[in-house]
Design a protein around this ligand. Structure first.
Ligand code: WQD
Length: 339
């Protein structure tokens, strides 16, 4: 009997890559997605890669009655991986209530259904943004949580606290929060990848769209930071490596090996790359010069953030296998395909 896993937001960028890895590992997947930031075509893409089309229910998790109905119809769920959330930092500043409603109410409604079950395994999509500008690099899970720079970042911090407080009183709920650094790239089949709607806010999709001619030029947000080349440093992790970390976390919960019923892991490569280094790497991968200009800093950017991955390596038994060049190469192939 296959173990059934619910993946909310499973048609999105990270969610779809996780569904592929779950199906490769023999799990049965049900995707919940409201298609607000994804396309149903991704289902065929997942089937083309794995040979299996996951079950799918179009559902807006902000409607509590729909969440209750879903879980009343699916009793044999082994775990839930929760991606469904709004994720644009800048938009969250303009629309805080939309972010607090969508990112927190949906989480609460799902946890309320899980608390009714005998035992449940829950994985939360969190973010290194909870650390803000960490005082020490690389960043470990023990780094202090700083005041959020945006409502988006705040929903990740509050989301983790909601889960932690619930796990403290619910023995039957086991949870892991994965704090992603910067997910980039696409599946090597070039069948699924990132589909940013509108103007990309993130660096790598903006680079690939500039490379393919969809964008005139990339604006580099500041080169006067206290780093080697003056541009910000981030930990860019291949989305497939990130997806595999979710399978490792899920297996840890299912096996009952988890030390506490709430654990947190930083998921990155452990290596920092500056914006200019990413641009150079892209030029090497695409064998073309990238059109960019240096402009003023972007509000809210931290100077540098990259992960100490010791805990994920040792406790999850997970290590990234792909590097920046692999990720940029896959992102570039994906951009060329969707052109
Ligand atoms: C990376 C670097 C920019 C665009 C955010 C969220 C994080 C996660 C990933 C959701 C920065 C620079 C960017 C551009 C640029 N969000 N940049 N020109 O801000 O590290 O992380 O997205 O899952 O939670 O905080 O990622 O890709 O936006 O920026 O110079 O056009 O690239 O200043 O230094 P960020 P990013």
């Amino acid at each position: 009997m296959k173990q059934k896993i619910v993946v909310t937001g499973g048609l999105g960028f990270i969610g779809s890559h996780v569904v592929v890895e779950l199906q490769n590992e023999g799990f049965e997947v049900i995707i919940i997605d409201n298609l607000s930031n994804s396309s149903e075509d991704v289902l065929e893409g997942i089937k083309a890669i794995t040979g299996v089309q996951p079950l799918f229910e179009k559902l807006d998790l902000r409607d509590k009655s729909l969440v209750v109905d879903f879980f009343s119809r699916h009793h044999d769920i082994m775990g839930v991986i929760h991606f469904a959330a709004s994720k644009a930092v800048g938009e969250s500043v303009k629309l805080p209530l939309l972010y607090y409603e969508n990112n927190l109410n949906t989480l609460i409604y799902i946890l309320q259904e899980l608390q009714k079950k005998e035992s449940s395994n829950f994985i939360f999509s969190s973010s290194c943004t909870v650390y803000g500008q960490a005082d020490t690099l690389p960043i470990t899970e023990a780094a202090p949580i700083k005041e959020a720079e945006s409502p988006y970042g705040n929903t990740k911090q509050i989301g983790e606290e909601i889960i932690h407080d619930t796990c403290k009183v619910l023995e039957n709920l086991k949870a892991i929060a994965l704090r992603y650094f910067n997910p980039i790239g696409a599946h090597d089949s070039v069948i699924i990848g990132e589909l940013p709607i509108g103007t990309p806010q993130n660096l790598v999709p903006f680079i690939t769209q500039t490379g393919i001619g969809l964008r005139e030029e990339l604006s580099v947000f500041g080169d006067d930071y206290p780093t080697e080349d003056g541009t910000c440093i981030r930990d860019y992790i291949h989305v497939v490596d990130l997806a595999k970390a979710h399978v490792a976390a899920l297996k840890r919960l299912i096996s009952g090996d988890n030390a506490d019923n709430y654990e947190v892991f930083n998921i990155g490569t452990g290596k920092g790359s500056s914006v200019l280094e990413v641009i150079s790497a892209f030029e090497a991968v695409s064998n073309q010069k990238l059109n960019y200009k240096i402009v003023e800093r972007r509000e809210g950017d931290v100077i540098a953030a990259y992960a100490d991955t010791t805990k994920a390596n040792n406790v999850l038994g997970w290590k990234p296998k792909l590097d920046l060049m692999d990720a940029l190469s896959s992102a570039w192939k994906w951009e060329q395909r969707i052109k």
